[in-house]
Design a protein around this ligand. Structure first.
Ligand SMILES: Nc1ncnc2c1ncn2[C@@H]1O[C@H](COP(=O)(O)OP(=O)(O)OP(=O)(O)O)[C@@H](O)[C@H]1O
Length: 295
């Protein structure tokens, strides 16, 4: 009999899994799986369990928010043997599920997890950690460490922080040297985002056009510290129109990018705190993970 490991965060979102659990497990069993069920008990549980146990199963399905998905992906990347991963979204924003066209409805997502098709998805490696759709630092991220609910307000927050700064010197920025392919950029940055997703913070097209999740490339957006009020206004205008029409925003695609900062910089990985390294190497592990999506 095929074996399925089902890991869910019972508290994700509004704990809506409580009303769906029976139906979800029934779908798994009807699809021919013997199911092991594990409600996460603490942070890092999903990561450790997937890393240690995935190899004994034919399929791993996780349910929760971005944090749980990130842990399952990281666990799978560290597992001796990778097996396909299904995802039943239960968090608040679920940018990545939208990008992959994984249904928002938990029951439909469960069906896709057990009888959908495999999609070989790119995974981001961030020093020794992993992310599935976004690694970011800077002004937008400070608020988003807590819950991804707050991602929804990132643009509002950015505008607030930028506009609220009495002088440009008040905006926190990081001096960094950024290297990718044969390019080097050295500047003061207020924000950086490396993504593999069509939407971030619930905003579609925020990450650029023609985004593919299996092309081995990230979309990179870096915002330089504005030099004067004119530039600040250009940045705000670009952000609110979601179009890049200012020199203060660098945007490009790359498969490998290195950041050297003069100080420690706090990052988020998939909306969760990702540590504060001074040096970061981010590389795209092309099609490293099979994710179950709707047929
Ligand atoms: N039993 C638990 N007690 C405390 N924390 C947990 C537990 N189970 C999981 N976690 C941790 O909670 C964090 C957030 O979980 P998750 O992303 O699934 O939910 P969420 O925050 O409600 O979703 P979203 O961020 O999309 O709104 C994860 O890092 C996860 O490791």
């Amino acid at each position: 009999m095929k074996k399925l490991l089902f890991i869910f965060n019972p508290y994700s979102g509004k704990a809506q899994i409580k009303n769906k659990l029976l139906e979800i497990v029934d779908i798994m069993v009807k699809a021919g799986y013997e199911v092991t069920i594990y409600p996460t008990q603490a942070r890092a549980d999903a990561l450790n369990l997937v890393q240690k146990r995935a190899k004994k199963y034919d399929l791993v399905v996780c349910s929760g928010g971005d944090g749980t998905l990130d842990e399952a992906v990281s666990g799978m990347m560290l597992s001796e043997k990778k097996v396909p991963l299904g995802y039943i979204p239960a968090g608040s924003t679920n940018d990545f599920a939208n990008s992959l066209k994984i249904p928002k409805d938990m029951v439909k997502a469960a069906k896709a997890a057990v009888s959908g098709k495999k999609f070989a998805c790119d995974v981001g490696k961030f020093n020794d950690s992993f992310f599935i759709y976004v690694a970011a630092f800077g002004i937008f991220t400070a608020v988003s460490y807590k819950t991804s609910q707050e991602w929804k307000n990132i643009l509002g927050h950015a505008a607030y922080i930028l506009e609220g700064a009495k002088s440009l010197h008040e905006i926190t920025s990081y001096h960094m040297r950024v290297e990718y392919e044969d390019q080097v950029i050295e500047d003061e940055f207020i924000y950086g985002m490396i993504t593999n997703s069509n939407s971030v913070g619930g905003f579609k097209n925020m990450t650029g056009k023609n985004v593919l999740l299996d092309d081995g490339k990230f979309e990179v957006t870096l915002i330089r510290k504005p030099k004067n009020l004119v530039e600040l206004n250009e940045i705000l205008a670009s952000l609110s129109n979601m179009i890049d029409d200012t020199d203060a925003i660098y945007s490009f695609k790359s498969d490998c990018i290195t950041f050297y900062a003069e100080e420690k910089v706090p990052w988020t990985l998939d909306g969760e705190y990702g540590g504060n390294p001074q040096e970061v190497k981010i590389s795209n592990q092309q099609q490293a993970l099979e994710i179950m999506v709707k047929k």
